[in-house]
Design a protein around this ligand. Structure first.
Ligand code: TTP
Ligand code: MG
Length: 368
């Protein structure tokens, strides 16, 4: 149904050459490189659940272990159930940091426009690169080759005219893949994807879309702008543009993360102390996981509580040393909860953030 309201068609900038590089099974590839005994075995980066009493989260798993359904952010216990013969390795964070820095330096030889997204992934704008190479595909191949030569690690690259498409492209042919999407192919490429392959569409949004009968990019493409905004608010506007291959966001060199946090809204309010503490433990695990992923460390823990009444409170506490493990985060969060929490009022949302961040350069952070 036409709404009658007209929007100007958004502008599609196709003048840039963007590369997205993402390392393949990064933490486990570093481990396999450094310990040949791991070759050919399923490798899971997490402390063995027998050591931790079942706690802990998987940072990543190599492709062998993924065949058994093991993946990042899964509990180590579940990973063990799915792949009991897997080799559990509690990560060597310093080695990952070092490889990440090496990779960043390789990229900087080609362009200063490098935007790191996490410890193993970055966008590069190579429209005008330091080597004066006109083809972004050639640049991508050279960077992948340099990374291999200098770190003995494989990476996958996506090449296109914007960040959004380059990111999806880098995921298409892992490991050691290179996927190029030229402007003429972009719309066709995006329309045949499943919505869950779109960066920014998490499991919840994907489910919501499925309920609305939206399964593929093409289903999304058929919806009018007004309709998408009605269904998804501000994000709807972004879907409208993205499915048409429009994403004009520039590479941001100074992407300094100020904090890493997670929050959950509960479908049913929490009313018991035990439930709250269980959820805080889970959030602490997730936040620690995210800190590791971004190569960051921090000293301040912030707890956010939203009550049934929508009253929202945040409180922070700072230690004099960096949080080292999810238990440290949990302890701070529990302390804050004891001060300000009142489960009887009904908890709608809980969130934990770690701020006051620095690069986790010289510290060994145990991975749970
Ligand atoms: P990813 O690039 O998401 O995963 P990956 O490199 O292991 O595998 P892929 O080949 O699919 O890219 O994340 C990079 C690293 O960040 C990963 O090796 C471990 C860490 N990480 C976590 O610690 N927790 C997480 O939840 C995720 C997703 C990653
Ligand atoms: Mg990766």
């Amino acid at each position: 149904m036409s709404s009658g309201i007209q929007f100007p068609e958004p502008y599609r900038d196709i003048s840039r050459k963007i590369i997205h590089i993402d390392m393949d099974a990064f933490f486990s590839s570093v481990e396999e490189r450094d310990d040949p005994r791991l070759k050919g075995k399923p490798v899971i980066i997490a402390k063995h659940p027998h050591q931790t009493g079942g706690k802990g989260i998987v940072s990543t798993a190599n492709y062998e272990a993924r065949k058994f359904g093991v993946h990042s952010a899964m509990s180590a216990f579940e990973a063990y159930e799915r792949c009991p013969h897997g080799v559990f390795v509690s990560g060597n964070y310093e080695a990952y940091r070092e490889a990440s820095a090496q990779i960043r330096n390789i990229m900087l030889r080609y362009t200063d426009l490098v935007e790191p997204m996490s410890i193993d992934e970055a966008y590069l704008d190579v429209t005008n690169n330091k080597k004066n190479i006109p083809s972004a595909t050639v640049v991508a191949r050279m960077i992948q080759r340099d990374i291999w030569k200098e770190t003995k690690l494989t990476s996958s690259a996506g090449v296109s005219y914007n960040k959004f498409i380059a990111k999806i492209a880098s995921d298409q042919q892992k490991p050691a893949g290179l996927t190029v999407i030229i402007p003429d192919e972009a719309e066709g490429f995006l329309r045949q994807l499943h919505v869950e392959e779109f960066p920014g569409v998490g499991p919840k949004t994907a489910q919501r879309m499925h309920e609305l009968g939206i399964y593929t990019g093409d289903d999304l493409y058929q919806l009018e702008q007004m309709e998408l905004i009605r269904l998804f608010g501000k994000a709807g506007m972004s879907y409208y543009k993205k499915i048409r291959g429009i994403d004009n966001k520039p590479i941001r060199i100074e992407r300094e993360r100020k904090s890493v946090g997670k929050e959950h809204t509960y479908f049913k309010n929490l009313y018991s102390e035990t439930e709250v503490l269980t959820q805080l433990q889970r959030l602490a695990d997730e936040v620690m996981n995210a800190l590791v992923r971004h190569g960051k460390k921090g000293k301040t823990v912030v707890l956010k509580v939203r009550y049934h009444s929508f009253e929202t409170i945040t409180r922070r506490v700072s230690g004099n040393r960096h949080v080292q493990a999810s238990d440290d985060i949990y302890e701070y969060a529990e302390e804050l909860w004891a001060e300000l929490g009142d489960a009887e009022k009904g908890i709608r949302l809980l969130g934990i953030t770690v701020s006051n961040l620095e690069e986790a350069e010289h510290v060994q952070i145990p991975l749970f």
